[in-house]
Structure formats: structure tokens, C-alpha cells
Design a protein around this ligand. Structure first.
Ligand code: SB7
Ligand code: NI
Length: 184
């Protein structure tokens, strides 16, 4: 079971590396990693389990965050009524197209690998077309918008050594274009 001690923090080189593409079929070890990453998200979103194991709630977890430099990330995005907006382990994900429209979460972003709070808007694409493989090697091409699109972009960034605060304007952290959407 993945716990907070298994999640590496900002400063470790793996978080700044370009992760390697995954080849199919996955090894037994890679399959286990995918399962463990999704289980972390499920557990972290269950208040009782999260408290018991001191898990910080997360909607995504990328392999580099557990010190595995592979292009793989678990995503589990709940909606306002706790329904699932998006759930999958995305392997070798690529944004094949995106809206011109930008969007940022009103609360900014956080990261399980960044212990400090970094306030500011992280402006991303509001809508994306995402191509990825699932753990069985099936190819998916899906459209996402708003919160799930933002979470996937945060996870894909991890696969390329980018952290959310890289996108925050140092001098004016809360400025954005008038045209950018603020997601509550
Ligand atoms: C806010 C939080 C996340 C994504 C987008 C907005 C995920 C936080 C957990 N992670 O550190 C996953 O990489
Ligand atoms: Ni993160």
C-alpha cells in the first residue's frame, strides 16, 4: 500500500526528469504499481481510511511521484455529488488538441510532492483531447473539460518534469487573461 512516505518530494531529481514511455505488455511489477497508485487515490478520498493512514487526499498520482520514471498516472476525479467524473490509469498520455480557452482553479493547485502552499492561478487548457493507453494496452481518445482536464494536465506535467508552480507568475500570481475561465 502506498503511503505518504513513499511519495517523493520536491527536490528529488525524478520529479524533474522526463519519464520513459511504457511498452506493452506491462510487467507484473508495472501492473501492481498501476493498481497501487489507483488504490492510493481511492483510500485518500475515503475520510476514515485517509485519517487512519495519514494520507493526503489526491485526485491524481503520477509514477514519478513514487520515484518510478515511467509515463503512467492514476486519475480519480470525483464530482460535486461524489460521482466519478473520470477514473483510469493513463499510460503514455498525449494531449492531441486543446481549446484556445484557458482555465484555472479558483483555489489554485497543490501537489502531493510539494509540501509548501504555492498560491496563484495555474492557467491550463479548459478542454483537451487526450490520447492514452490503459494498462491493458487499449488505446483511448477522449475529450475532457474543466476540472478533469486540469487534473490530467497536472499529471501529464509530472511525466515531463514540470510542477504546478512552474506555471504561476512569480510577480503577479493571481493575474490572468480576462478571457481565462475560473473554475470554482
Ligand atoms: C489540483 C490538484 C491536483 C491536480 C490538479 C489540481 C492533483 C494533486 C495531487 N497530485 O500531486 C497529483 O500529481
Ligand atoms: Ni502533483
Amino acid at each position: 500500500m502506498i503511503k505518504m512516505k513513499d511519495i517523493i518530494r520536491d527536490g528529488k531529481p525524478t520529479l524533474r526528469a522526463e519519464a520513459a514511455k511504457v511498452t506493452f505488455p506491462l510487467t507484473a511489477e508495472q501492473k501492481k504499481l498501476a493498481e497501487d497508485m489507483m488504490l492510493y487515490l481511492e483510500n485518500s478520498q475515503d475520510p476514515k481510511i485517509a485519517e487512519k493512514y495519514h494520507l493526503r487526499a489526491g485526485v491524481g498520482l503520477a509514477a514519478p511521484q513514487v520515484d518510478v520514471s515511467l509515463q503512467m498516472a492514476a486519475v480519480l476525479v470525483p464530482g460535486p455529488d461524489n460521482e466519478i467524473l473520470f477514473k483510469d490509469v493513463i499510460v503514455n498520455p498525449v494531449i492531441v488538441s486543446h481549446s484556445v480557452q484557458g482555465a484555472a482553479l479558483s483555489e489554485g493547485e497543490g501537489c502531493l510532492s510539494v509540501d509548501k502552499d504555492v498560491p496563484g492561478y495555474v492557467v491550463r487548457h479548459d478542454r483537451i483531447t487526450l490520447r492514452y493507453d490503459d494498462v491493458d494496452g487499449n488505446e483511448h481518445k477522449i475529450r475532457l473539460k474543466n476540472y478533469p482536464a486540469i487534473v490530467c494536465q497536472h499529471e501529464i506535467d509530472h511525466l515531463h518534469g514540470i510542477l504546478f508552480y512552474d506555471h504561476i507568475d512569480k510577480k503577479e500570481p493571481f493575474t490572468m487573461d480576462d478571457s481565462d475561465l475560473i473554475i470554482e
